[in-house]
Design a protein around this ligand. Sequence first.
Ligand code: ADP
Ligand code: AMP
Length: 215
Amino acid sequence: MKIILMGAPGTGKGTQSNFIKEKFNIPKITLGDLLRSKNTIKNEKIRKKINLIISSGKLVNDEIIFDLIKKRIYKKDCEKGFLLDGFPRTMKQAYFIKKEKIKIDYVIEFFMSTELIIKRILGRKIHIPSGRIYHSIFNPPIKEDIDDITGEKLTERNDDNILSIKKRIQEYKKFSKKLIKFYIKENKKKNIKYFRINTSISILEIQKKIKEILL
Ligand code: ADP
Ligand code: AMP
């Protein structure tokens, strides 16, 4: 099962990726996490450059993205399937998937109002080592700012500020229209199955919808 999860920042992709990964036993490939990780971007100079781009809310250039994707999806654990979270974001990235002859089964698009996106992102707290995602109001940890499982401190992403959020939403709007059109066409040709979910509902309700699609 090969799945693409699309959606503007803050629509709940990471939260549901964690669920899909566990439920369907497939690895999740989260581009944002790969770009932020010291393990994948070993060169400090390049990592600093990437951090600056991420903080500004712009997209990282394709060469870096394609390199990361190639290194990840051809690993053994991806043989039976994987979930792509945050890739593709542009038509060039969608063509890359075609060129690599990767057969995607499902594209699920999350959507929500901009107002709610901002509320969701501004309360986001993350546990970096595990990828667990919380929200200070909507999905709080048991103890404030502490990961439920490890007891370690939660952090905020440094691009989760209003300026960067607005830029990221703008970038998403700029690139996603063509991408969505493309996948709707692919759906008509029966090359993939395309679904949309309004993610302004609860985490559990979204999980239910995902199960209906994938089971
Ligand atoms: P994305 O990966 O699309 O940027 P996240 O999964 O990180 O989005 O979610 C953004 C924020 O919204 C997080 O703080 C998360 O806890 C919270 N969140 C995710 N889904 C829901 C939901 N259905 N209801 C309320 N809050 C949610
Ligand atoms: P995310 O964690 O998905 O919110 O992504 C954080 C940031 O990483 C984005 O704002 C971009 O700067 C960068 N990024 C993530 N995925 C991609 C991608 N597919 N192409 C280019 N840049 C990306």
